[in-house]
Ligand binder design. Structure first.
Ligand SMILES: NC(=O)c1ccc[n+]([C@@H]2O[C@H](COP(=O)([O-])OP(=O)(O)OC[C@H]3O[C@@H](n4cnc5c(N)ncnc54)[C@H](O)[C@@H]3O)[C@@H](O)[C@H]2O)c1
Length: 343
């Protein structure tokens, strides 16, 4: 499979590290508005024969690849997607799928019309403990989940586009946590209330801290508390989780610490006794591996014609949680999350 990668900034390394582990995948072009960045990546990854350019259209005309890997900033997502589909390419795109609901719908519609595979690197789903939690909850070992709580507190100094963009935590990071919550609890998001604020010490323009309550249907509620400028006691990039179910609870620190307790017989005073219960190990059928796992699934989808797990038409349901939260934060009102059913 011949691929052109567009957007040779920080994240492109992760993609190129993964791509070089895959037999049968050739990077035939590297594009960036800043040609020096594309040239630097070509040198770093021994891609001497790759066509280098600053215009995606021009490099696609010249190389005629099967697919485009989109690693540009969110604001450029739509123009990249339209260029890829116009050149009859499949498209694997970094998160978030788009920077607005209109652009998300337009990109998905363009993929449908072009009959091309379109998938999103929602890589926090391709994490072993996320897969284990989903299977454990599905097994009914602690009953159905009722309350899903995630904390995300990290204080990175990225520089660049994040410090200038609006709704930075919700749009650039919470999409990972929201998607993981929707996946682990098999949630069907229906409404959201959210507040954003800017702590006095924030180095972001807008929206570095947010708290959201999202209704997941079937009696399930997801709460999110997050900040991108909270120094001290940082959480993992996956967040820190407590999932309460009908007959027990599960706690995951976002690293290796995953444990659960189930209700046992008898009471200690006012409180039902509980006992530890094992969360089974990863099932061999569960797909993991972050960017590498997603790129492999994307290629497999192209080869077989099956839709990949993180296809845009499904990922837009997680993005709808983000845009609902943004609208709620802007209006101060609870917002209905519009069903984005796959057609
Ligand atoms: N999946 C993850 O875990 C993860 C982690 C970090 C970043 N990301 C995402 O990756 C994407 C890129 O982030 P980054 O940190 O590499 O940003 P970055 O600013 O370091 O790099 C983006 C690059 O895209 C280029 N670019 C912008 N518009 C372009 C266009 N129209 N045509 C060609 N090139 C263009 C810029 O010149 C820049 O070199 C973002 O969407 C970000 O949210 C994902």
């Amino acid at each position: 499979m011949n691929v052109v990668l567009v957007g040779c900034g920080a994240m492109s390394r992760q993609w190129l590290d993964a791509a070089r582990q895959i037999d049968g995948l050739a990077i035939v072009g590297l594009v960036d508005l800043d040609a020096e960045r594309a040239k630097a990546r070509a040198r770093e990854y021994d891609l001497a024969s790759a066509v280098i350019g600053t215009s995606l259209d021009a490099v696609l005309d010249q190389t005629r690849p099967d697919a485009v890997f989109d690693v540009v900033v969110p604001a450029a997502r739509r123009e990249v997607a339209f260029s890829a589909f116009a050149h009859n390419c499949h498209l694997l795109t970094e998160k978030p799928l788009a920077d607005s609901p209109e652009n998300a719908r337009a990109i998905i519609e363009a993929a449908r019309r072009a009959e091309r595979i379109h998938a999103v690197v929602q890589n926090r789903r391709y994490v072993a403990n996320v897969r284990r939690i989903r299977r454990f909850l599905d097994s009914g070992a602690i009953g159905a989940a009722t309350s899903i709580h995630a904390d995300f507190f990290v204080a990175p100094h990225f520089g660049g586009f994040r410090e200038e963009m609006a709704h930075v935590l919700l749009l650039d990071m919470a999409i990972h946590t929201f998607d993981a919550a929707r996946y682990m609890a098999a949630g069907e998001p229906s409404s959201v209330y959210c507040q954003e604020w800017e702590p006095a010490n924030s180095w972001y323009r807008q929206g570095s801290s947010a708290s959201a309550v999202i209704d997941f249907g079937s009696g399930k509620v997801f709460t999110y508390a997050g900040s991108w400028c909270a120094d001290g006691f940082r959480t993992s990039w996956e967040g820190s989780w407590r999932i309460v179910a009908e007959r027990g609870s599960l706690i995951w620190d976002g690293h290796d610490g995953l444990k659960a307790e189930v209700v046992a017989s008898g009471r200690d005073g006012l409180i039902d006794k509980t006992q530890p219960i094992d969360v089974p190990p990863l099932d061999p059928a569960d797909r993991i591996g972050g960017h590498l796992g997603i790129i492999r699934d994307f290629m497999h989808a192209i080869e077989t014609g099956n839709e990949p797990e993180t296809r845009g038409a499904d990922n837009i349901k997680s993005l709808a949680m983000v845009f609902g939260a943004i609208e709620s934060a802007e209006t101060g009102r609870r917002v209905a999350i519009t069903a984005q059913d796959e057609k």
